[in-house]
Design a binder for this molecule. Structure first.
Ligand SMILES: *[C@@H]1O[C@H](CO)[C@@H](O)[C@H](O)[C@H]1NC(C)=O
Length: 279
């Protein structure tokens, strides 16, 4: 066998914990993270691994160590308002939980949101997530500055596998229109699995030329229209407004969306330098 096949044969034998450690120390020494389809690269990596989280732990404290915060504000959505309440972002064993509380029938829907502390333009964000099996919730994972600077992946728990009269089945990937009143760039792709049964990686690569969407490492879309350019936040949320044309609901049981890990690359540079790592 040649050296390359020997190396890959050896790496197969390395226990995964050791393999992971080798990988992270390799990545720690990277100056530029380079991605397929993007010219230039990223200079910063943020890794948030919830596998060590305990359900007794403090979510706000855990998140703050990675530059993430829990939202606390109200949205005047219709037909039902929703509130992002800190108490609905929780640690579970090995996961972060975004809860949407079973709706009592009056008042706002208690929802959950996590947001980056800093703003940036361009990123690659990989979120390993298990969707909620409870109907009536929108699960978002997206870049947001304003309604004209946004790129998102959204899962609607009522219509993951089966559409209804107003919403077709599948996951939604969208660049919102960059001019008010413009036409957004969007696609709705059927799932090849039930997203509430297991964890899957949902990823957006956002560069000046395109947003590229991946599920479990497989490219699903690549949009070159309505690509945002301003700096803004990355947001992960779960909410409901009872809108029959979108989230449906509000849920009649507590809904839990679980996130196992987030890997975020930022600090876009059009030129690469130093130690290059392909990610
Ligand atoms: C996505 O589209 C852009 C713009 O056309 C192109 O430069 C890039 O290579 C594409 N990315 C991938 C991963 O195919």
């Amino acid at each position: 066998m040649n050296l390359l096949t020997f190396a890959s044969a050896v790496s197969l034998l390395i226990p995964s914990a050791l393999g992971k450690q080798a990988l992270s120390s390799r990545r720690d020494s990277c100056d530029t993270y380079v991605l397929s389809g993007i010219s230039g690269g990223f200079t910063e990596q943020v890794s948030v691994d919830f596998t060590s989280a305990q359900s007794s732990g403090d979510a706000a404290n855990f998140l703050s160590q990675h530059g993430l915060s829990i939202s606390n504000y109200n949205v005047a959505s219709t037909p039902v308002a929703h509130d992002f309440v800190p108490a609905n972002v929780l640690l579970g064993n090995g996961v972060l939980q975004l809860k949407v509380t079973s709706y009592s029938g009056s008042g706002s829907v208690e929802s959950a949101e996590v947001v980056t502390d800093d703003t940036f333009a361009y990123a690659s964000v990989r979120t390993v997530l298990k969707s909620s099996a409870t109907f009536g919730v929108c699960e978002g994972n997206f870049f947001y500055l304003s309604d004209t600077q946004e790129t998102d992946i959204e899962i609607l728990t009522s219509t993951t596998l089966t559409g209804n009269d107003y919403v077709s089945a599948g996951v939604w990937m969208t660049n919102q229109a960059t001019v008010e009143g413009g036409t957004k760039t969007t696609d709705n792709v059927e799932f090849t699995f039930d997203p509430s049964q297991d964890f899957h990686e949902y990823r957006i690569d956002w560069s000046p030329l395109a947003t590229t969407f991946y599920i479990d490492g497989i490219q699903i879309n690549n949009f070159s229209d309505n690509v945002p350019w301003d700096s803004g936040y990355w947001i992960w949320n779960a909410w409901s407004s009872g809108d029959p044309y979108w989230s449906n609901g509000p849920p009649t049981a507590d809904s839990i969306t679980e996130i196992r890990s987030i890997e975020l690359y930022k600090g876009y540079t059009s030129t690469t330098s130093g130690t290059i790592c392909n990610v």
